[in-house]
Design a binder for this molecule. Structure first.
Ligand code: ADP
Length: 495
């Protein structure tokens, strides 16, 4: 049964409760001093009471011992005066007095039992040598005291040290006095202390219980507020400023909530943007088709012109869908990275070769500066995407006869690709927003350029998958420089 209770307590969650722990700590810290104090006071009292009793009895015994010599009691026990003194002493301390002569024979016993008997005990023999003894027996509740009966004898001739008399031990007074009265007082004290202690137990129990309730309440308020939020009753930030700790928890929770809200907002915005972007080409196609249908006898040239416009819109729709798919695919997981050692100089050359015809349409010159040969552990497809998007933008947002300069460099840890153009530039205030999905600085202009606003979002996500960084510097009207920095090896940089 006891084992079962222990097992239950061990497995029970109760010990993990802050309330229970606080309660136990408070209760013990409240009770421990009280218990220790009771034990300390009682023990102190006992020692002190025994000491006083011993010294009282010793004084009395010494006085009587002197009288014993005066009345020559060891030889003749008939003195009534001494008899009365002994009787008074034994009555006063509820004890027994034995008077033992130099032959260790009992000449007087106030109990009258041992008279005439010889006593050979360690204490008596030690006392015969001149030093009295004291023995306190707490279990049997008595104190045994021996006092030597000393006679001052005048020497026939002075001793070597010049003294004319010497103390001679003629016998021993052996007394045992009861300590019942001390024990009784201690019992009374102990009982009173117990009553006080019981009152304190109840008081401290109630106090600790109350305090724990009050102390833990802010934590319960935090839980309640979080639950309310979970169930949707409230959506304003929680505030429980009672403790620094609760404030920290609440702050952490609020910032998590804010992040979740921001994520939710951005998701909603993304969905809205996607719908809008996908709808625009379709609306155009519908308008074009409707206007053709409204003219049953439209000339073939008009048909052709409208059909060309429709094809352009469909192409744009296709491009948006492809970009979206690329973005979603990249968002999915890092595990889809297909890492191999890639010669970046060669890769850049190939990409530039592919893009030069587009650049030529605007008479833009593309140059490449290879500061060193760079081989790195990257995903070749994603790396191509990064380079293509950056160079494509550098062409798209360039002026006629502009320049694009691509440079490749590396140190022992990272390689850097820099794409520099002489184009329209990006206003300072928008420089951090260009990586947002569907973000375009100049919406109307972008449309005629043919951007979807997804290119840099894809690029940045691909750079991050390589644990790299991307940075843009721009002077409006002068040009833009994008710098991508990526670790040479996957193992070089910790996750
Ligand atoms: P888009 O498909 O519109 O080019 P991006 O995500 O690639 O979308 O770029 C976002 C916006 O950033 C662009 O619409 C453009 O306004 C701006 N931008 C990007 N690259 C450049 C550049 N090299 N020079 C000037 N503006 C740029």
């Amino acid at each position: 049964m006891f084992k079962k209770i222990l097992l239950f307590l061990k497995n029970s969650k109760i010990w993990r409760s802050l309330k229970v722990r606080l309660f136990i700590i408070m209760f013990l810290t409240g009770m421990l001093p009280a218990v220790l104090m009771r034990a300390g006071i009682l023990e102190n009292y006992e020692n002190r009471a025994v000491d006083v009793r011993v010294s009282d009895v010793q004084t009395q015994l010494r006085i009587i011992a002197n009288h014993l010599i005066t009345y020559n009691y060891l030889q003749d026990t008939s003195s009534e005066v001494i008899g009365a003194e002994l009787e008074q002493l034994s009555n006063l301390y509820n004890g027994r007095v034995l008077i033992i002569n130099g032959n260790l024979k009992v000449v007087k016993d106030t109990y009258g039992i041992s008279e005439g008997k010889t006593i050979i005990s360690e204490e008596v023999i030690r006392c015969m040598k001149g030093s009295g003894t004291v023995n306190y027996d707490a279990v049997n509740r008595f104190i045994e005291i021996t006092v030597p009966i000393v006679e001052n004898v005048t020497l026939p001739q002075p001793a070597e040290d010049g003294s004319k008399s010497r103390d001679m031990v003629r016998g021993v007074m052996l007394t045992s006095v009861s300590t019942d009265s001390i024990v009784n007082t201690m019992d009374i004290l102990s009982r009173k202390a117990m009553i006080m202690e019981s009152i304190m137990v109840i008081g401290i129990f109630a106090f600790a219980l109350m305090l724990v309730q009050v102390m833990v309440r802010p934590f319960e308020r935090v839980t309640k507020a979080i639950n309310e939020m979970k169930e949707g009753y409230r959506d304003e930030p929680i505030s429980v400023p009672d403790y620094l700790e609760t404030e920290h928890i609440v702050e952490a929770f609020n910032s998590l909530l804010e992040r979740m809200k921001a994520l939710d907002d951005s998701r909603q915005e993304f969905v809205a943007n996607v719908s809008h972007e996908l709808k625009t080409p379709i609306t155009s196609v519908k308008v074009l088709a409707d206007s053709l249908l409204a003219q049953p006898d439209a000339p073939a040239e008009l048909y052709r012109e409208f059909m060309e416009d429709i094809a352009t819109e469909i192409e744009r729709e296709d491009k948006i869908i492809n970009d979206l798919l690329a973005l979603v695919k990249q968002d999915k997981s890092v595990a889809e990275m297909n890492i191999s050692v890639v010669d970046l100089n060669a890769l850049t050359e190939i990409i530039l070769k592919r893009l030069r015809p587009i650049a030529r349409k605007k008479n833009i010159e593309i140059t490449m500066i290879s500061k060193r040969q760079v081989k790195a552990e990257v995903d070749e497809v994603k790396m191509s995407l990064i380079l293509t998007n950056l160079v494509e933008n550098a062409i798209k947002y360039n002026r006629e006869q502009g320049k694009v300069e691509v440079s490749l460099d590396a140190d022992h840890q990272f390689f850097t690709v820099q794409v520099k153009d002489t184009g329209i530039g990006i206003p300072e205030e928008y420089i951090n927003q260009i990586y947002e999905r569907f973000y375009r600085v100049d919406k109307s202009h972008s449309k005629e350029i043919g951007g979807t606003g997804l290119g840099l979002a894809i690029t940045r996500s691909a750079v991050l998958l390589h644990r790299g960084s991307i940075k843009a510097e721009s002077v409006e009207g002068k040009g833009t420089t994008f710098t991508v920095k990526i670790p040479l090896s996957r193992t070089l940089v910790p996750v």
